[in-house]
Write a protein that binds this ligand. Sequence first.
Ligand SMILES: Cc1cc2nc3c(=O)[nH]c(=O)nc-3n(C[C@H](O)[C@H](O)[C@H](O)COP(=O)(O)OP(=O)(O)OC[C@H]3O[C@@H](n4cnc5c(N)ncnc54)[C@H](O)[C@@H]3O)c2cc1C
Length: 339
Amino acid sequence: MIILKNYPLKRFNSFRLNAYARYFVRVHNVDVIPELIYKINSKLSKFCVLGGGSNIIFRPKYDGWVLRNELLGIKVFKENEDFVWINVGAGENWHNLVRYCIDKNWGGLENLSLIPGSVGAAPIQNIGAYGVELKDVFVSLNAMNMHSGQMEFFDLDECEFGYRDSIFKRTLKNQYIITSVNFKLSKKPKLNIEYGAIKKKIEEKKLDQLNIRILSDIICEIRTGKLPNPDRIGNCGSFFKNAIIPTAKYNYLKTVFKDIPSYPTDDPELTKIPTAWLIQECGWKGKNFGSVGVYKKHALVLINAGNAQNEMVIEFSDRIIDSVLEKFDIEIEREVTIY
Ligand SMILES: Cc1cc2nc3c(=O)[nH]c(=O)nc-3n(C[C@H](O)[C@H](O)[C@H](O)COP(=O)(O)OP(=O)(O)OC[C@H]3O[C@@H](n4cnc5c(N)ncnc54)[C@H](O)[C@@H]3O)c2cc1C
């Protein structure tokens, strides 16, 4: 195990912020984790797990251990005529996994094409896009308890998935390193093309046949037209979650803001409001604050417009949160994790 000290994190976070980890370790093998736990505890230190760094904002100095998850492998552990069950190492790249499954004609992940990051981070916030969420294909995961050093197993219910949320963002935050994830995929894929932008693209292209590969390509095309590529413009995708508010409050807001958009949720008492609209209505879209900005094509995305400073990103996001609160009395939440 190689322990690197005062290690630069700029190339390990998609916002491209300058930051340093007091200790940095690449975890290639589950067997080294107990020794790491011992070292972390004996120094009374803290730790965080790093995947692709596409949903993290680092402060300038992380005074603890950054454990870069690089656990690899894709294995079929069960199959029948209709389904295949696979176990995937948490350090595998998410989009590579999607393409691997498409090559095998295993359906289920195609709507989640081109989401940056690692497989192990996907359950943390139950990644979702274009009408599909991780939980729709998730079976279970394996994770090392960072207090006891024991491997534990979490099934679907135990992960308590919600909208960009799981138990690992709440009560079990920073207590586990997810080592692998199990998925159930279909050998007879059913396409999910309900999402408006997908339907529109299919019509535009006048497609008379569709399969998971074509659907994945369509989604990649929509995404590249809408979101900045982190290799060129530092960003974390959606910086904030969409707002979920009581339907009664939405009904009141509708009387004041006639155009306020909304989506139903599984619970009729709650309504989802696109936070991009709230931010845009507060006048932030395309605006910069020093070298941090709100992306001109999508108000939910904050960008590194130059050499953004860590604290400035946090301060700017606080200002946006405050102004939405003031105008709409809605407290929006960050989707990204700050370390
Ligand atoms: C351009 C762009 C577009 C995006 N689009 C979407 C989208 O459509 N939908 C969506 O849901 N998200 C989206 N995201 C956010 C991001 O891609 C996802 O949240 C992704 O799952 C993060 O993966 P990561 O490996 O980069 O995680 P990181 O940023 O490295 O980590 C995120 C969090 O998970 C924890 N973590 C990571 N790995 C592990 C592990 N193995 N065990 C325990 N904890 C772990 C970290 O400590 C941190 O708290 C987008 C981001 C970008 C930059």
